[in-house]
Design a protein. Structure first.
Lengths: 390, 907
């Protein structure tokens, strides 16, 4: 008995060691918690409980990863500090060999890239084509996905791309083989025959569009809305004295009659003005996600007369996280008196609290000469230097 | 000790009428009243009984909102009330011959602003000036202010009280008369419409032109003092509907009585099931001992006469006034785009009173039984009522005896509710506008606090609770939906809601507050009950036995001998003669002058609860001082302590009209308060219609004093607009933020993916593959040696926060301190300091490592360097030593475990 127990202990100890070892080195063995994703070309990658859909906002992808933090241990967020709009925003799941590429303007998912197929299991139509036991060879891909256009060879990268619609595989050529055989002019129907057997997939991309090079982030799919209202864009309405209100172009889904289940995407336009009552605002753009009562105004210390006004005011903010807008209401008259629009740039303290508000603010021409010119419009992407010049 | 009534001052004709000063009610009288049989607060003013001789008999009282106390548009009242800034209270008294309107400003001297003897008046309303909208032109600009009355004389139809007269208080003539075929019960008005409540019908007229706007014919009558209960907000109208249509039913609604048995809950759920679910109905029939519920909804009874069988009780519909046109109806055939919410508010009991709060997001409802009042929060959807939600926040439990509700009022900050019953008792309940228990933290502070306290937020308690709540439990499978969602939610609705929340769980959406499950409502008992003596006062010989005064709108004639012909309405069966018309309002004190010492005056101003003004149909207005304290006897007063409220009468005003007084009718002088207010409000023009705003200054910077120079910029800055999460994204160990350099040169990189993804701009996407050293193309700068300014330090730290347990605490401290943190793309941000730029770049360089080139020690080295420069010394020591638990994170740094294509163990 005792021996049995001891030996059991030993085996379990060994098993633990093995698993720990694999975990640390990310080895080929099937580690527990390896992601198992179903690939839908041009659409998504996911499993029964969650999926990353193309067009999904950054915040939703992050919340999925946060909810499953026991599965996905390490995520890197890569962004450009100097020019956040030029480079894509990336979520790199380092231990799963997966990168989610988000368009940095709209902050929606553009490309799902698997750069290390040994760390993740992939399925198509319920059948694995990549797992520790099934290597993703060219034959496997052929078998799982069927025929397609012949592959394209890119000599600079030494990669062979096999493109399906919304899906593309890249095979690396072994340097040992004869490279000249795969000159581009062989690509007309014959080069595909020349991929040596056994070449495995180096990378896989899921995207929307005809080719990977012009992949665009699609519109948010209806099942990502969850009854929330999102803003495609916000125009600031101004009169001669200044801003008077906001014009929203809104999107929402899941709005059919209760009996019907189909999620139809609906677009509509609404305007909210300064001085609108609470009930007006809620009728126009819906109820807020949260209400925040303004706490002690920290800026008041900079005021010339800090003692004059006691902090008795109960002004409150309506937070519309999915629109990227806050509206401040006066406590006594219950009227809107301030709009706050958020741009949600990575690196900011409040990153990932609000969706990006794509606003357009036309500047009022100050002098007579400017009246004929096109008014300068400030958007969420304008830099301060441009504003100063205007 | 009786109070001597001074002879009220009479103003000269043309100005305001009489002025009445408040009479203090002393402490001694309060003490005496303790020993009376009523055991409650009794204003001493009643004890003599003689003061009101010679006065006319008041039939009804009501507080009003009109131009004179319109805080939004009347420029005399700015925000944050200070001395002299409180809007006056408007009180309307209805007599058997005419009516009287009083204004009670902050000085405490009540002014009679209008008095008329024109026969019995059922109801009257001062009409506020309409909203200035370009599309609608106000036809009565010169005639305002307007008063709408319903009296017995003006109706051309045989029955009395069938017409609404709109008369001008500037010129005195009747500008509009609207006739109806059936008697009118009530008139309501706001800046958009004039609303007339009839038997089971509501008619709405545009405020500018009094043309017909919309009408409702599906109201469910109430047997209480108000036969057609309505609540009118700025844009929404809530009424008691007579059926529940599932197509438009909102999520949520009443959440089931706690005392209901299982059977009762199942029955109430079954009652709303339409045909097609006969199986369930049969099962229920078995449970209830053979009482069969057929599938046809016609026989599912409401309690009541045979006419009412096909109608459902307890349903409230909220409609949007702006969008409503023609007949407003909730039915399967109509699209219902004017409907904001449609939900059951009380389980199969008719609604007897409704009221919105100041913000219009809370609705308080009362049913005919009067045991419980419900507080709902309306979460509207911009398109459909079916996507809206109604959360049942509180059940205000008044008691177990029956009572009829005649008035519901809420304080300005929506933390207090006062419900007045027909017996004259006002019950005061504490609530929070967002739900949750009222306690010392929420109510003892002068301003409204957020739901989550600092402690809860920093400890992450809120998110833990949310996690527990969102985990799928067996609730959704239980046959008794008595827990959230509500039992009267239609099964289709609950199925769809479950589907959507399941989808949400699939995609882990950022949460939609409109989707169930909702937290269970909380039951609150009244903190205090203020009673008016019903056995005192005059009993004039001519009045019917046992009736002192008719209720506000109950239609018993005051005197049976006189002809009247007004239709009878059976009042509640229980009360016989114990009826009093009482109205209540929360408002800041008007009796400050009574305080002799400056100390007590300060204490007045510092009070966290507004005083309660109660007007009753003795013609008296009483001000009760409300003192709030933590519960007596609590060993330790903490945030969660419960509360005690003490009410003591401060002073009273005797407002009943004497027969000797003159009428105070138009034409008035130009400095009459009503005329002045109307002029001011009409001069205010919203910005929307493009007119130049006469009060531009006060409009632009509502939160700063426009007169003071340099203060306007304060209103341009907001630091915190939301409750931040327990932990920011870049703090967490799961997420690491890395910046990436983008160079100006075009370079061929070894990374294949970047060339595919971008049009030639080399961007390093995968730090584990490409050679990042080559990207460091910054011009060589001299590294700054000095310590960075505090404002830049957290910025650098925010770039890269590795998960050292010591480090992030330091970082968060620094970040808390420096709140003047402008958004990088916000207008108004100055160009960053070149020193900061250089420092930031250098640290960014240090953070972006290239694997294979920098050994792990080097990586740690770089980080330590960075941290020493940015943080205080103590953190430098902790960052070097990584706690054991985070071994895996360190191991997962690029360069350590990610296999490079050049290595052999891949493929």
């Amino acid at each position: 008995m005792k021996n049995e127990r001891e030996s059991k202990k030993k085996t379990t100890k060994k098993a633990n060691d093995v698993i720990a070892c694999d975990f640390r080195h990310g080895g080929l063995k099937d580690r527990p918690g390896m992601l198992d994703l179903e690939i839908v070309p041009e659409r998504s990658a996911g499993n029964e409980s969650w999926e990353f859909s193309l067009g999904m906002p950054f915040a939703q992808a992050v919340s999925i990863l946060q909810k499953h933090c026991h599965l996905v241990r390490n995520v890197q967020v890569l962004y450009s500090e100097q020019n956040p709009l030029e480079n894509d925003l990336l979520l790199n799941l380092t231990q799963d060999g997966l990168t989610l590429v988000f368009d940095s303007c709209s902050q929606r998912l553009k490309i799902i890239e698997v750069y290390n197929l040994s760390k993740v299991k992939l399925k198509y139509c319920g059948v694995h084509f990549n797992s520790p036991t099934i290597p993703p060879t060219i034959e496997q891909i052929d078998q799982s996905f069927g025929a397609t256009h012949p592959g394209v060879y890119n000599a600079a990268e030494q990669l062979f791309h096999l493109n399906f619609r919304g899906l593309s595989f890249s095979f690396r050529l072994d340097a040992r083989l004869d490279t000249p055989k795969f000159a581009p002019h062989y690509a007309h129907g014959l080069a595909s025959l020349q991929i040596p057997n056994g070449a495995t997939v180096e990378r896989m991309h899921v995207y929307a569009g005809n080719a990977l090079s012009d992949a665009r982030a699609p519109l948010m799919p209806p099942n990502c809305y969850g009854g929330n209202v999102y803003a495609e864009g916000v125009d600031v309405l101004c009169d001669a004295y200044g801003p008077i209100g906001l014009k929203f172009r809104l999107l929402t889904a899941g709005c059919g009659p209760v009996m019907r289940v189909d999620n139809k995407l609906q677009t509509f336009q609404r305007c909210v003005y300064l001085g609108d009552h609470c009930q007006d605002v809620v009728s126009i753009i819906g109820s807020p996600h949260k209400v925040f009562y303004k706490s002690e105004d920290k800026m008041r210390i900079h005021s010339a007369l800090p003692h004059k006004q006691k902090s008795r005011c109960n002004d409150y903010f309506y937070n519309f996280f999915t629109l990227g807008v806050d509206i401040l209401f006066d406590a006594i008259s219950q009227q809107a008196k301030k709009f706050v629009l958020h741009t949600n740039y990575p690196g900011h303290y409040n990153f990932n609290m609000y969706h990006r508000c794509d606003f357009r603010i036309p500047l009022i021409p100050r002098c007579e000469l400017d009246k004929d010119k096109e008014p300068f419009v400030i958007t969420a992407y304008t830099k301060w230097d441009a504003v100063r010049e205007a | 000790m009786s109070v001597t009534a001074e002879e009220p001052r009479r103003g000269s004709r043309g100005t305001v009428g009489v002025t009445v000063r408040p009479q203090p009610v002393t402490e001694q009288s309060y003490m005496e009243s303790v020993f009376t049989f009523l055991h409650d607060v009794v204003p001493q003013a009643y004890s003599g009984g003689s003061i009101v001789d010679g006065r006319e008999k008041v039939l009804w009282v009501r507080f009003d909102e009109a131009d004179i106390n319109d805080v939004g548009r009347n420029s005399m009242f700015e925000q944050c009330p200070g001395p002299g800034d409180t809007p006056p209270l408007l009180l309307t008294l209805g007599y058997s011959n005419g009516l009287q309107i009083w204004s009670l400003p902050e000085s405490g001297e009540a002014q009679e602003v209008f008095s008329m003897r024109h026969g019995p008046v059922r109801t009257a309303r001062l009409l506020p000036a309409p909203l200035p909208v370009l599309a609608r032109r106000d036809l009565f600009t010169e005639k305002r202010p307007l008063l709408a009355t319903c009296d017995s004389i003006s109706s051309s139809v045989g029955q009395a009280y069938c017409a609404v007269d709109v008369r001008s208080l500037r010129t005195g003539d009747v500008v509009k008369s609207i006739q109806f075929k059936t008697p009118i019960f009530d008139i309501l008005a706001n800046q958009r419409i004039l609303l007339v409540a009839l038997q089971e019908k509501v008619a709405a007229f545009d405020a500018c032109s009094f043309s017909k706007k919309f009408f409702i014919t599906s109201c469910f009558p109430s047997s209480g003092p108000n036969p057609n209960p309505l609540a009118l907000g700025a844009r929404w109208l809530a009424y008691s509907d007579n059926k529940l249509v599932q197509r438009h039913q909102s999520y949520g609604g009443v959440s089931g009585d706690a005392v209901q048995s299982y059977t009762a809950t199942v029955i109430s759920a079954a009652k709303t099931i339409k045909s097609g679910l006969s199986l369930f109905g049969e099962a229920v029939g078995r449970l209830t001992g053979g009482r069969s519920l057929s599938s046809s909804s016609e026989e599912e009874g409401a309690i009541g006469g045979p006419r009412r069988q096909s109608l459902t009780q307890g349903v409230v519909t909220i409609t949007d006034i702006e969008r409503a046109q023609g007949q407003v109806q909730v039915s399967d055939d109509h699209e219902g785009d004017a409907i904001v919410a449609h939900f059951p508010a009380h389980d199969h009991r008719p609604i007897s009173a409704l009221s919105f709060d100041a913000s219009g997001m809370l609705l308080v409802t009362a049913d005919c039984q009067g045991h419980d009042f419900h507080v709902f929060r309306i979460l509207a959807h911009p398109l459909l009522a079916a996507q809206a939600a109604v959360r049942h926040l509180y059940t205000l439990h008044r008691g177990d005896t029956e009572a009829q509700v005649q008035d519901i009022t809420m304080s300005q900050d929506s933390r207090w509710v006062a419900v007045t019953t027909l017996r004259g008792t006002s019950h005061v309940f504490p609530i929070n506008p967002y739900g949750g228990a009222p306690c010392a933290r929420t109510h003892l502070s002068p301003r409204v606090v957020n739901r989550v306290s600092r402690f809860q937020r920093s400890a992450g308690l809120e998110e833990i609770e949310a996690d527990i709540a969102s985990k799928p439990t067996g609730r959704s499978n239980s046959p008794v939906p008595s827990l959230s969602p509500s039992p009267s939610a239609s099964p289709c609705h609950s199925r769809l809601a479950r589907q959507e929340s399941f989808c949400n769980r699939i995609n882990n959406n950022p949460g939609n507050p409109r989707l169930p499950p909702f937290p269970h409502p909380m039951t609150i008992a009244p903190l205090i009950q203020i009673r008016q003596p019903v056995s005192l006062g005059r009993v004039s010989k001519s009045s019917g036995p046992g009736f002192l005064a008719s209720g506000c709108l109950a239609l018993k004639p005051p005197c049976k001998n006189k002809g009247g012909g007004s239709p009878q309405q059976a009042c509640s069966k229980g009360s016989s003669g114990m009826e009093l018309c009482v109205a209540a309002r929360f408002a800041p004190s008007r009796s400050q002058f009574l305080n002799s010492t400056a100390v007590s005056r300060e204490k007045d101003r510092a009070s966290v609860v507004d005083n309660l003004f109660v007007a009753c149909s003795y013609g008296m207005l009483l001000e009760y001082q409300l003192d709030l304290q933590p519960a007596f006897g609590a060993a330790k007063i903490s945030d969660e302590s419960s509360l005690d409220l003490l009410a003591s009468p401060r002073c009273s005003w005797t407002l009943a009209r004497s027969a000797l007084w003159d009428e105070a009718r138009p034409p008035f002088d130009n400095n009459h308060p009503l005329l002045l207010a109307s002029d001011t409000v009409q001069a205010w023009r919203g910005r929307r219609d493009g007119h130049s705003c006469t009060n531009c200054g006060s409009n632009e910077s509502l939160s700063s004093d426009p007169g003071v120079e340099g203060e306007e910029w304060l209103s341009q800055v907001e630091i915190v607009t939301h409750t931040g999460p327990h932990r920011r994204l870049w703090m967490g160990p799961q997420f690491q933020f890395k910046t990436v350099q983008s160079s100006g040169q075009t370079m061929v990189l070894s990374s294949s993916s970047s060339a595919l993804l971008s049009q030639g701009t080399p961007e390093p996407l995968q730090p584990d593959i490409m050679d990042l050293h080559s990207l460091r193309l910054q011009p060589v700068r001299s590294d700054p040696v000095t310590m960075p300014r505090p404002s830049s330090a957290p910025r650098a730290a925010a770039l890269e926060i590795e998960a050292g347990s010591g480090m992030f605490e330091q970082n968060s401290l620094l970040l808390e301190v420096s709140h003047s943190w402008p958004d990088s793309s916000a207008i108004g941000r100055g160009v960053t300091d070149p020193v900061d730029e250089g420092l930031r770049e250098r640290i960014a360089d240090a953070m972006v490592e290239s694997p294979g080139v920098c050994p792990p020690d080097h990586a740690v080295e770089l980080r330590r360097e960075g941290s020493i420069e940015t943080l205080s010394n103590s953190s430098g020591s902790t960052s070097g030593s990584f706690p054991r638990a985070y071994e895996s994170y360190r191991a997962s740094l690029p360069g350590l475990d990610t296999p490079l294509p050049l290595q052999d163990d891949d493929g």
